[in-house]
Design a protein around this ligand. Structure first.
Ligand code: PEP
Length: 257
């Protein structure tokens, strides 16, 4: 029997956060390219806005894809400091992270704006990587299911099944991001399955089975293999370890098995 997992291509995406100048970007990408050459997963680097153009140039004639870390929902206008989906696309991005917990925590991102940003990204032909996940006290209060289900319902509101299947979801328990505390592979599987079940309730099982659902939160060279082997975990969104080519390479290898 072919498992549903085998029908989905895993995505290993690096979230560089606010690291690497344009001048430093090419050097790291040069180290990543050979590690991605024979990978049986999609490899993406989500770089700062100022590095997108140089990253896009550096990945030419390689399988590595470039992503951004945020996008505004309006097409243009008086939104000082913001960047539109068309601008990202023209600069060379193919993916964009939306609703990362750091955006939700420090920059007032809400499910309403995540939903609007996701629609704008889809309209421009970008692949959104929509981040969801519970806070530590929400997990301790045993409401992970409610929190993540609510995020999925709101973040996908008004999005068609055809568009939903183009979205990548990253399950990122907030307590595991940048803390060195990783969810166990059982916790990651349970939450990713929950997300797939919620998507199935919204769009039907076939669409839900086609969606790539990543795990993110202190994934590293040592724990990646166990996490990405789980049935509903289709790769990872990686922060800290994506800045070290050797570690990122090990994660790519783990997802290629
Ligand atoms: C992230 O930034 O999405 C992330 C998961 O970070 P880290 O891997 O450093 O926990």
């Amino acid at each position: 029997m072919i498992m549903k997992k085998e029908l989905r291509k895993a995505i290993i995406a690096g979230n560089w956060k606010m690291n690497k100048t344009p001048g430093e970007t090419g050097a790291l990408i040069k180290e990543i390219i050979p590690l991605a050459m024979n990978a049986d997963c999609t490899v993406v680097v989500c770089v700062p806005f100022t590095s997108i153009a140089v990253a896009a140039e550096s990945v030419k004639s390689s399988p590595v894809k470039v992503g951004a870390q945020n996008v505004h929902f309006e097409a243009s206008g008086a939104f000082t400091g913001e960047i539109s989906a068309a601008m990202l696309k023209e600069a060379g991005a193919e993916y964009v992270i939306i609703g990362h917990s750091e955006r939700r925590q420090y920059f007032g991102e809400t499910d309403e704006t995540v939903n609007k940003r996701t629609k704008a990204a889809l309209e421009a032909g970008l692949t959104p990587i929509v981040c969801v996940g519970e806070l530590l006290w929400e997990r301790e209060a045993d409401i992970t299911d409610e929190v993540v289900s609510r995020q999925i319902k709101l973040d996908f509101a008004g999005i068609s099944a055809a568009d939903a299947s183009k979205i990548v979801v990253a399950y990122e328990p907030v307590w595991a991001i940048g803390t060195g505390k990783t969810a166990t592979s059982e916790q990651a599987q349970e939450a990713c399955k929950l997300i797939r079940d919620r998507l199935a309730a919204l769009y039907g099982r076939k669409t839900a089975d086609s969606v790539t659902i990543q795990y993110g939160g202190s994934m590293n060279a040592g724990n990646a293999a166990e996490l990405v082997a789980k049935e509903d975990v289709d790769g990872g969104l990686i922060g800290g370890a994506s800045l070290k080519a050797a570690d990122f390479g090990e994660i790519i290898k783990a997802a290629s098995k």
